[in-house]
Write a protein that binds this ligand. Structure first.
Ligand code: DUC
Ligand code: ZN
Ligand code: ZN
Ligand code: ZN
Length: 483
């Protein structure tokens, strides 16, 4: 059974051109004019693009005393509805738990996925078991390791752990990810705010000013340089962290920044809504910022100093958000966005003239595939690539509503916004999953996608020659010769 997509314009990160795309099984087998297949999809007026890749989701994640409400079933269904055909989630060991054990837990959940997926491995504690198991994790095709510099007393790692882990990731040819917020300062500000009687959701934003993010991003960049590891900064929300990333890139450091669609399109005014639920539903870390920070993020996407747009999809119901009534530090942190990321970025990015369609493809798909080691299997419209495709109708419109969304939660942070630019069809490895908003995808169709390591890089750039010279490494990650 073959499928041909006809009468559309192929739009990739590099090029736009008229061609038909022929799919056999789960692969693209031909791209040319005048192709014929068993089934024909009409793409008149549409663009044929690589399916979206969301490099940052938290599905069914145990967090802040509960579990995020979208699991791999509802979360990946929502992804496909919005043109996203792959998610990269996070396997999150609890402190003391082995990495392979945590991976098994995530494998048990992800079997229900409608679209393909991978994981980043979180490093939430440090020890010989973690050091040893990191190699097996890389061999399984998980080549990116996430570090939380916030969530003190829970997920946070200290600088000694950060440095040891970064060195190990660098030696394994992987890439280090950071949630960059100064967790000590956040904890201190949170305690003061509560003591002063500031218990509402808006205090969450006060407890995490842009400086905590700028400081941690600078620190992570410097530690990564000393360790000789490429660095990917998740959810860049403000100029303070963006500025650090720009400077690092200009210096030749391999550092990438990931803004979220929420930070690009929603601002801190949401927290001053007098409706407690409205504000709490938008509590996430980092919080939404003001317009100047938003402008900085858009400028970064335009110039290339920021590379990809993600969601950090970590959805909680209103009932879950209400755990934090009377104490903002107990509001589960996180918002949804998987279904809306691409239509929102198209509406606010392409329709406004900020981004070209090719830049849209780069930011929603191709750059993630390249940075995270799965290009050109993913993120490409090429012969031999997986047939993860979205037939994008730039004229189709809808108003976002929790009533019609796939996500399991009871609201939507973009409620009431009209978007123009939607999938006409979404295909996941050759299977038509969405037709004009109608979902026909299959639970369990998604597969785990192993990713390539980047190889070791960057070491010659460090000022610290003694750290960049070849070094015998002990199991604890400290050179035998000492530093
Ligand atoms: N931020 C959130 O808002 N939720 C999940 C984890 C995170 O870093
Ligand atoms: Zn985070
Ligand atoms: Zn409201
Ligand atoms: Zn996250």
């Amino acid at each position: 059974m073959s499928i041909v997509i006809k009468n559309g314009t192929v739009v990739t990160a590099d090029l736009s051109y008229k061609a038909d795309v022929l799919i056999e099984g789960d692969k693209i087998v031909a791209i040319a004019e005048g192709l014929v297949g068993d089934e024909t999809l009409d793409a008149t007026g549409c663009m044929i693009m690589p399916g979206g890749i969301d490099p940052h989701t938290h599905l069914e994640m145990p967090f802040m005393g509960t579990y995020s409400a979208d699991d791999f079933e509802s979360g990946t269904r929502a992804a496909l509805a919005g043109g996203t055909t792959m998610v990269v989630d996070f396997a999150l060991p609890s402190p003391g738990q082995g990495l392979l054990d945590a991976l098994q837990m995530w494998d048990n959940k992800s079997g229900r996925a409608h679209c393909d997926y991978s994981y980043h491995m979180a490093i939430t504690w440090w020890g010989e078991q973690v050091f040893d198991e990191m190699e097996a994790v890389v061999k399984r095709g998980i080549t990116s390791f996430k570090h939380f510099m916030a969530y003190k007393g829970a997920l946070m790692v200290n600088d000694d752990e950060l440095f040891s882990s970064f060195r190990r990731v660098g030696d394994l040819g992987g890439i280090a990810l950071v949630h960059a917020e100064n967790g000590d300062v956040v904890a201190e500000l949170s305690a003061r705010l509560l003591a002063e009687g500031n218990t509402g959701p808006e205090a969450h934003a006060y407890s995490r000013p842009p400086q905590v993010e700028g400081e941690a991003t600078n620190r992570a960049i410097m530690v990564a340089d000393m360790a000789g590891v490429p660095l990917y900064v998740v959810h860049v929300s403000c100029e303070d962290s963006h500025e650090a990333i720009r400077r690092a890139r200009q210096q030749g450091k391999r550092v990438w920044g990931e803004p979220l669609i929420q930070h690009l399109t929603l601002d801190e005014g949401e927290y001053f809504n007098t409706d407690w639920d409205h504000a709490a539903r938008r509590v996430m870390s980092p919080p939404f910022r003001n317009k100047q920070h938003q402008d900085s993020l858009w400028a970064g996407l335009q110039s290339g100093s920021l590379s990809v747009v993600a969601t950090d999809h970590c959805a909680f119901t209103t009932e879950q958000k209400r755990y934090g009534v009377g104490d903002f530090t107990k509001i589960p942190n996180g918002t949804g966005g998987l279904e809306d990321r691409m239509p929102m970025l198209w509406t606010h990015g392409v329709n406004t003239g900020r981004l070209t369609p090719n830049e849209f493809v780069a930011a929603t798909s191709t750059n993630s595939a390249k940075i995270l080691g799965m290009y050109p299997r993913k993120g490409a419209v090429l012969v031999g690539s997986d047939a993860d495709l979205v037939v994008w109708d730039p004229e189709a419109e809808k108003t976002i509503s929790s009533q019609s969304q796939q996500s399991a939660i009871d609201y939507n942070v973009f409620e009431g916004q009209t978007v123009k630019g939607l999938p006409r069809y979404t295909l996941t490895r050759g299977v038509i999953a969405v037709t004009e908003g109608k979902i026909a995808s299959q639970e369990g169709h998604g597969q785990f996608i192993p990713r390539n390591a980047r190889g070791t890089v960057n070491r010659a750039l460090s000022q610290w020659k003694d750290l960049t010279a070849p070094r015998p490494v002990t199991r604890s990650g400290i050179p035998a010769s000492g530093v």
